[in-house]
Design a protein around this ligand. Structure first.
Ligand code: ATP
Length: 144
């Protein structure tokens, strides 16, 4: 499938980071399935994503039922709930999902995700801190 437009992405965890990723993907033409186990989050995003499902993503049968392996990309946007992040990610890897993007809330979390086999680990606070530092120094090309 196409890399940008028209692709399908599942975003697991719709906290601040996951919502931001999901809404930006929608704005740029992707189909987005959002998954979160909090009712109020699911309700607030109901008409804003292609599909929003309230479910505990640590249950493999839930992810199977949602056809998670059919998605071009899966974003694991769970952070503070470290155990959930690791369980969900290891299941996705076992299920053969190739294009996984996972967020890490600490260096240690990042090491675990990388050791599991995730190629795209993102560190939102750390990365944004670096970008802000470049912006503060007027180094605009680094900010792109
Ligand atoms: P933020 O992006 O807001 O900084 P965070 O790093 O604090 O989030 P968490 O609070 O651990 O991350 O999780 C983000 C979202 O993922 C929350 O909305 C939470 O309800 C959801 N979530 C956590 N565990 C699961 C799970 N097992 N199944 C589905 N959703 C989950």
């Amino acid at each position: 499938d196409n890399v940008s437009e028209g692709s399908s992405v599942a975003v697991i965890g719709l906290g601040r980071f996951g919502q931001s990723v999901a809404l930006e993907l929608m704005a740029n033409g992707s189909e987005v399935l959002g998954i979160d186990d909090r009712e109020e989050i699911v309700q607030s995003l109901n008409n804003k994503l292609t599909h929003v499902v309230r479910a505990n993503a640590t249950h493999p049968d839930v992810l199977d039922q949602l056809g998670i392996t059919d998605f071009d990309r899966v974003v694991v946007a769970i952070g503070t709930h470290l155990e959930s992040s690791i369980l969900v990610t290891s299941y996705l890897l076992r299920a053969g999902v190739e294009n996984i993007w996972a967020k890490a809330v600490s260096d240690q979390h990042g090491v675990i995700l990388q050791q599991l086999g995730v190629r795209n680990v993102v560190f939102p606070e750390k990365d944004m801190g670096k970008r802000v530092a470049h912006l503060l120094q007027g180094d605009l090309k680094e900010f792109i």
